[in-house]
Ligand binder design. Structure first.
Ligand code: ARG
Length: 658
């Protein structure tokens, strides 16, 4: 049962008598912000009054008279200028909850209009270890898959692995020049990772050297601009204009500071090399490394047997490496068609674009020019190489042909939004229609200093080390909590470890999923495992708390579920909790609309908070009558079951004890 949907349906019957298309008005039926105004509120009488040229209160009256809500709500109340306040009948709430007790899906009915979704997520470049940046796509995408499936949609999850790009040129080059055969024999992926970093280090150094004069020039330019802007701000007499000039000045100074900071970090990087003779030697020996790496990649792409052989040798090893992380995170995919899978289709894509007159030559490159974009989408470079965009076009075509999806979601960093805007525009021109194409973008993971999360040495943070650290932090929390139990600790060392493992992994996922995905967020190990607040730990704790109530009270919950217990709500806190339990379906629908799992985390957090309030006010084990005790136990059970399913839809497990 989705209460909001049910209400909208009832309103629709009435509103269509007043306007042809009431969809905008239906959107104005919402949960009430304040319990004093009932449970739901319809604010559509005001805009309707305007449309129909009638006083809104009269319109509200007319709607209320025609509405058929008697089985569901008390008589609607008209308040203020024409708000319609709705309060659900306690009887109705009880009946619905009683139904949930015996329903595995907790009253969430599968969608009446199932769609086929392809969800492209995680998609790391496999030649390097996964790092903190990969967490977002992986957990958001996985959670969307789980939620959409639960709602009854067909989902194809596809890990679009970067298994064919320049990074392979880098490890081929690195393997040839820097690999130690013994280390490679023993721990091949570690060794490949090491040579990757060696190559990266040298390339970065040359990039930094190239970048230095560019930044120096920018600093000089900004200095002049700042001086000019300061003068202008000084001279300006008119107040508004002065304010504007001062603001412009501030912005320029900010840019200047950034450039100076970049210059500093570039010189630090370059100086560090001078202090390191071994590195300096490598630099001298590999002056053309960037071109050489490109050449290795090009050779691989053109089918050079030796490079292809190396690629075939490396790839499974790299995939095993990321597989380990997926196992830890309990993430899996229906398909893992990496970029390499599409290689043979790229030429045909470009030929077809040309044949249809969509792609043209420009300065030697083949480009698709798109309305509304400054730069074209390049699909083949001057040297004949295909690009990321070409592969994405081929992928799109393949997916549409193979699965005829209703929607394709790309769970990818917001910094790629220009790429996806162009990809979607090009796809439409290419004739790919009737499929929703959506870049489900997300922001950056920041360190406590508010800058992109890096190690002290300035490297990206490896994902596995983060998982380890979170489990370690979780272990502290679990140990402290157990040690502080009034009746003494109750968990064995092995149990504690098992729980910490679940809690630690959950903490990282939840910290990410509970953010509005479009924003950046600060990675804070302390906060994410806190026992209070909007954390997985708090929700897992609430779940375990219910189990411990049952154990302490000797409550046979299975028998109550089998129909030997009846839910009745009397206390205001019971009612609030009951209503929240019934709103699970609404929360999932919200995620369905804008692909934001944080609607679900917010819902679960609110549920756990209401549960805590209920538990303080309404004794369960010591309830006044056996009937009341059974009713409250069933409410507790519904809370636990909702938490368990809700968390599982976020890819998070519960623990029975904590
Ligand atoms: N491998 C890419 C990267 O690491 C992400 C791929 C996203 N999916 C896609 N179809 N472009 O940036």
């Amino acid at each position: 049962m989705n209460i909001l949907q049910e209400l909208k349906q009832r309103f629709q019957a009435t509103l269509t008598q007043l306007v042809d298309d009431p969809s905008a008005e239906l959107e104005m039926i919402r949960p009430a912000q304040d319990a004093r105004f009932g449970d739901y509120q319809a604010n559509c009488a005001m805009p309707l009054g305007k449309k129909l040229g009638k006083p809104p209160r009269d319109v509200a009256q007319q709607i209320v008279e025609q509405l058929d809500l008697n089985d569901l709500c008390d008589n609607p109340e008209i308040a203020g200028p024409g708000f319609i306040n709705l309060r659900l009948l306690d009887d109705w709430i009880q009946t619905q909850l009683q139904h949930s007790v015996s329903d595995e899906r907790l009253g969430v009915t599968p969608t009446a209009s199932p769609r086929t979704y392809i969800i492209d997520f995680s998609s790391p470049n496999v030649a390097k270890p996964m790092h903190v940046g990969h967490i977002r796509s992986t957990v958001i995408g996985d959670s969307l898959c789980r939620i959409f499936r639960f709602l009854g949609h067909q989902v194809i999850s596809d890990n679009h692995l970067g298994d064919w790009g320049t990074q392979f040129g880098m490890i081929i080059y690195g393997y040839r020049n820097f690999a130690l055969s013994e280390a490679y024999e023993q721990e091949p992926v570690q060794e490949l990772g090491r040579v990757y970093r060696v190559v990266r280090g040298i390339m970065d150094h040359y990039d930094a050297l190239d970048r230095q004069p560019v930044v120096a020039q920018r600093i000089a330019q900004l200095q002049t601009e700042v001086e000019q802007a300061e003068r202008q701000a000084e001279e300006e007499t008119e107040k508004a204009a002065k304010k504007k000039a001062t603001k412009a000045c501030k912005k320029l100074r900010g840019q200047l500071n950034e450039a100076v900071a970049e210059q500093k970090s570039l010189s630090q990087k370059i100086e560090k090399a001078a202090d390191n003779p071994e590195f300096a030697e490598r630099l001298a020996a590999h002056k053309t490394i960037r071109d050489d790496v490109l050449a290795e990649t090009a050779k691989l792409h053109s089918g050079d047997p030796e490079n292809l052989q190396l690629w075939k040798e490396f790839l499974p090893k790299c995939r095993d490496e990321i597989e380990r992380v997926y196992n830890r995170l309990q993430v899996s995919f229906d398909e893992e068609l990496g970029e390499s899978f599409y290689h043979d289709r790229l030429k045909a894509v470009v030929d077809d674009l040309q044949a249809k007159g969509l792609a043209t030559e420009s300065e030697g490159a083949t480009c698709v020019f798109l309305d509304g974009f400054e730069a074209p989408m390049i699909v083949r470079k001057k040297d004949g190489a295909f690009l990321y965009a070409t592969t994405d076009l081929a992928t799109l075509q393949y997916r549409v042909e193979r699965w005829s999806p209703d929607a394709i979601l790309y769970v990818v960093d917001f910094r790629q939004s220009d790429h996806f805007d162009k990809l979607f525009a090009a796809a439409r021109r290419w004739g790919i229609e009737n499929v929703e194409l959506r870049h489900v973008e997300f922001g950056t993971v920041l360190g406590e200093d508010g800058k992109p999360f890096k190690t002290r040495a300035g490297d990206t943070v490896g994902l596995e080390s983060l998982l380890d650290a979170a489990v370690e932090r979780a272990a502290q929390v679990v140990n402290d909590n157990d040690d502080a139990k009034p009746q003494g600790a109750e968990l064995s060392t092995a149990q504690r470890q098992e729980i910490a493992d679940v809690v630690g992994h959950a903490a990282i996922k939840y910290a990410d999923l509970s953010q509005n995905r479009a924003s950046d967020y600060v990675y804070s190990e302390d906060k994410m495992v806190a026992l209070r607040g909007n954390t997985a730990t708090y929700l897992q704790y609430s779940y375990a708390r219910v189990q411990s109530i049952f154990a302490r009270g000797g409550i046979d919950i299975e028998s109550l579920r089998q129909g030997n217990g009846t839910i009745s709500i009397a206390h205001e806190k019971e009612r609030a909790l009951a209503l929240q339990l019934l709103r699970f379906s609404e929360a999932l629908t919200e995620v369905e609309v804008d692909y934001r799992p944080n609607h679900l985390t917010n819902y679960l957090y609110e549920l756990a908070t209401l549960f805590s309030g209920f538990f303080e006010a309404c004794p369960v084990i010591k309830a006044d009558t056996p009937e009341l005790r059974d009713s409250r136990a069933l409410l507790c059970d519904l809370v636990a079951r909702t938490l368990k399913i809700g968390l599982s839809l976020l890819g998070i497990q519960v623990v029975e004890k904590m």
